[in-house]
Write a protein that binds this ligand. Sequence first.
Ligand code: SF4
Length: 491
Amino acid sequence: MKIAIANSIGRDKHGNYIIHSPSRWSESVKSRFHWFAYYPWELAYLSSLLKQETKNNVKFIDGCLMRLDKKAYSKHIIAENPDLLIIESATRMIEENVELALEVKAAVGAKLVFAGPHASAFPQELMDMGIDYVCVGEYEFTVLDIVRSKKRSEILGLYPNARRPLLDVKKLPWPEDIDVNRMEYGHPGEPSSEFREIQMYASRGCPGNCNFCVARHVYYARANWRPREVADVINEIKYLREKYSLMEGVFFDEEVHNGDKQFILKLTGAIIENGLSDLKFEAMCDVRFLDEQVMIAMKNAGYYKIRIGIESASEKVMKVMGKAIDLRKVISTLETAKKIGLKTYGTFIFGALGSDINEDEKTIELIEELSADNLLDNLQLSICTPQPGTPFYKYVLDKGLLREDVKESDFDGGSIAVLDYPDYTHRQIEKTKNKALLARDHVFLSRKIKDNSFGEWIRLIFRRYGLIGFLAKASKRLIREIRFQIIKWIK
Ligand code: SF4
């Protein structure tokens, strides 16, 4: 059997570039100079699993990496002539991804498997549209059962059957790197990664419970944290380094890299023992499990940056969200990281449940303070989007807060707010997020000029995007700075 495993379409019908990250949230950008691709890791694990466990002809295709629109992608997949087509889609691109799949089905008769957040939240709707198999939650072993022609009613995780117990990450092979070049995801790479880094995963899951989290609620349906064997992680790094001469580092992009202190101490020790600490590492971390000992171990092992989810300065919002983080702990962790010499990156959201203008303004103030005090080197700002399948979505739906004119493609965490609170409209949420963006860019620009790191930034942008890309990015920054100054002047 010929199997095509396909990531989402990479350009929507309006020409926007899709940055697909379905277990978090997918978004889009207008300019190709702001485009990058996340390695589609769940699909990539599925691909290597099917190649390892079956004798089928498996082909992994990434429409996002290739920046293909529906027409070009459809042609590409049809040329593969698959018997089975597997797609993981977020709500952001579900309409076009279903259209694409049905086109392939009509052309070559492929059976269709859909997985991911939208499929998990609306399985019957997808079946009604002509999808043959709909997976709910974590799906690698569910698809393996489908491929092995196991009886439908006996496949856990296949709608309408019960969910499958969470998989043992130690049983997964290393993810796909034959049909795609993993280095291509590192160049230009995630915008805040400062080196040519390969996206890797030393664990899966999160012990947290944030009400907006797709990974926690839709993929896993419970709090969990599952580390891989340290030796296996080390062997994968060695293999990647050997294979990709351009590789400068690793971005551990799992939900929580540091879910257990002993695991991180063991991993960092093994990185040093195996002579890998000259690589540059960065990782998504949970502030609750970061202490000085852990951060020193990370620094010694070559980690140059920690990324943490700070989300909001509002205690009220954090409480409603279900993220019990004390702001004092966040600040002291950032201080310790800076003292040790680690760079820091924080993620923030606007329009979360419990927020209003005043609560989100507190977050802007915090961003300005942390940036001005040099405690944050970079940060990510998003609109908290109620993705289907999460408790946030359910609440929004129950209370009738979803905008009436909202389309599936509006579930884009980058720039569109899909709900109106009684005292906080979607326009206000979008405006607040944009205000935070202007404030962030202003603080960073001022700092770069002050500490003479402007040249370093220019070199980095040049290396990644070339002259035209640099000009596009620099002019965007300049326009934002002018807008910031005008707003300040009007006030
Ligand atoms: S801490 Fe992050 S990964 Fe964990 S539940 Fe919250 S948003 Fe999800």
